[in-house]
Design a protein. Structure first.
Ligand code: FAD
Ligand code: NAI
Length: 467
């Protein structure tokens, strides 16, 4: 017997689910969020964005103390305290997940602890840790169950020697040799963390390039930068087997194009070949929703094929990013509340938080060429930016792609320090459908790295001024 009828029951308390829940509370809807992990925040806060950025920040400072500091006249002899580095990461994560609990209370959202299962139209069963089952009645159900790491046959993740991203965020020691399978965002971010802390890192990638989806010229520059830091890349290679012992792992690696297999020894292996939607035990069959062959729930403006059942975030098509899940969550709830919810998927930015960082929004050159769209390019290197010069951080560039006829900005690609903080400027400009000349004629503060954003836009117009 159902006790309360909710306007909306959200299954999953990650960036999709918690933002949906908070927005529902703000709009006066009676909302519950079902989350089976002991804390709110989902993958992002618990084992994703936040802990990885905590380790990236700390390890970047460690590497700087071991390197660039001396050039600036600061002499130190840094010593790694891995336990403390992990502890400060865990403390930050706890503070963040508690923050979501606070926001739930503030917005009158019920956090129903346990595993949620759809048990028919308008019905969600929640099994608590003690095995007790509660039934929630819901006018609307929102699936926000996120994703999990993809597996590779023959490479069994044991979280001891062969780890996924969750294991790689909590290794008990700095590996001597770390092999990363997959040169995607997780592999390169977490590979960077352990490289900076002293590990020898080899990245094995199936394709003949790193970071598919990134503008190819930017990806090449990125690979060069990481190689300079000591990361070794084996491109066009596939791992076909792994043998684990107490001391480490022996991997068999074969060229994709055919040829002799080789073995790679590692004390730890990070498997990071992508993520897949997570819908295990969700009871989708009870409402007739069938994920596609890749496990993705297809939606039409967040509506699944079942009336009153919606889906958002990593479990639906689109980039598996926290800010995209957040956009989905807010728009979905606004639609449930009878308002106009909207997400512009062409303007979801991407960032790789390595050093240098890579950030982009909109189309790549490859996409524009494939679409037959005529475009102009403006590119500005950080070597010509005065702030970058005085900081001795001149690696990278900003590249702006604009429509050849209308000058509308179609894509922006940046590599260099702090570009994660600068891409938002172009997100706003592009949301207002700015021409590159609009950016080129906007005064930017001097001396800042952001001047490179303007100079690249001036480059499209053909009047870049060197700093
Ligand atoms: P999730 O965050 O996965 O949340 C889903 C939640 O649902 C989970 O808490 C799960 O426990 C819960 N759940 C699942 N099934 C049930 C059930 N039946 N009942 C109850 N609860 C259930 N993205 C970025 O934008 N920036 C980054 O810097 C970034 N870094 C990342 C680093 C790593 C290492 C990883 C792994 C991911 C990173 N991501 C990043 C991706 C980001 O974490 C995801 O895109 C985002 O968390 C997706 O949000 P979501 O709400 O769809 O799902
Ligand atoms: P990914 O899709 O970014 O990269 C996976 C890589 O593995 C690809 O280059 C792919 O070609 C390669 N690959 C696939 N199968 C392989 C095989 N058998 N052998 C060798 N290589 C293989 O996936 P990743 O890095 O696991 O990250 C998953 C998702 O998490 C990202 O796509 C992103 O959406 C999200 N994420 C976002 C972050 C951010 O925004 N900064 C940080 C970390 C994760």
């Amino acid at each position: 017997m159902a006790e309360t009828t909710y306007d909306v029951v959200i299954i999953g308390g990650g960036p999709g689910g918690y933002n949906a829940a908070i927005r529902a509370g703000q709009l006066g809807l009676k909302a519950a969020c079902v989350e089976k992990r002991g804390t709110l925040g989902g993958t992002c806060l618990n084992v994703g964005c936040m802990p990885s950025k905590a380790l990236l920040h700390a390890s970047e400072l460690f590497a700087a103390a071991n390197g660039e500091f001396a050039k600036l006249g600061i002499e130190v002899s840094p010593k790694l305290n891995l336990g403390q580095m992990m502890a400060q990461k865990d403390e930050s994560v706890t503070a963040l997940t508690k923050g979501i609990e606070f926001l739930f209370k503030k917005n009158k959202v019920d956090w129903v602890k346990g595993a949620g299962k759809i048990a028919g139209p308008g019905k969600v069963e929640v099994t608590g840790e003690d095995g007790k089952v509660t039934t929630l009645a819901a006018k609307n159900i929102v699936i926000a169950t996120g994703s999990e790491p993809s597996r590779l046959p023959g490479v069994e993740v044991d979280q001891q020697r062969i780890v996924d991203s969750t294991g790689a965020l909590a290794l008990p020691e700095v590996p001597k040799k770390l092999v990363v399978i997959g040169a995607g965002i997780i592999g390169l971010e977490l590979g960077s963390v352990w490289r900076r802390l002293g590990a020898e890192v080899t990245v094995v990638e199936f394709l003949d390039r790193i970071t598919p989806g990134m503008d190819a010229e930017t990806a090449k520059t990125f690979q060069r930068a990481l190689t300079k830091q000591g990361m070794v890349f084996k491109l066009g290679a596939k791992v076909t087997g792994a043998k684990t012992s107490k001391k480490g792992v022996t991997l068999t690696v074969e060229p994709v194009a055919g040829g002799a297999a080789e073995t790679l020894e590692a004390d730890y292996v990070l498997l990071a070949i992508g993520r897949r939607p997570y819908t295990e035990g969700l009871g989708l069959e009870s409402v007739g929703v069938t994920p596609n062959a890749r496990g993705v729930i297809e939606t039409d403006h967040f509506k699944t094929s079942a009336p009153g059942v919606w889906a958002i975030g990593d479990v639906i098509p689109g980039p598996m990013l926290a800010h995209k899940a957040e956009e989905d969550g807010v728009a979905c709830i606004e639609m449930i509340a009878g308002k106009w919810g909207h997400v512009d998927y062409d303007l979801v930015p991407s960032v790789v938080y390595t050093s240098p960082e890579v950030a982009w929004v909109g189309k790549t050159e490859e996409e524009l060429k494939a679409a037959g769209r005529a475009y102009k390019t403006g590119k500005f290197p950080f070597t010509a930016n005065s702030r970058a010069k005085i900081n001795h951080e001149t690696e990278g560039f900003v590249k702006v792609l604009a429509d050849a006829a209308t000058d509308e900005v179609l894509g922006v690609h940046m590599i260099g320090p702090s570009v994660s903080e600068m891409i938002g400027e172009y997100c706003v400009a592009m949301a207002f459908r700015a021409a590159s000349e609009d950016v080129a004629r906007t005064c930017h503060p001097h001396p800042t790295r952001s001047e490179a954003l303007r100079q690249a836009a001036m480059g499209v117009e053909g009047w870049t001024m060197q700093a």
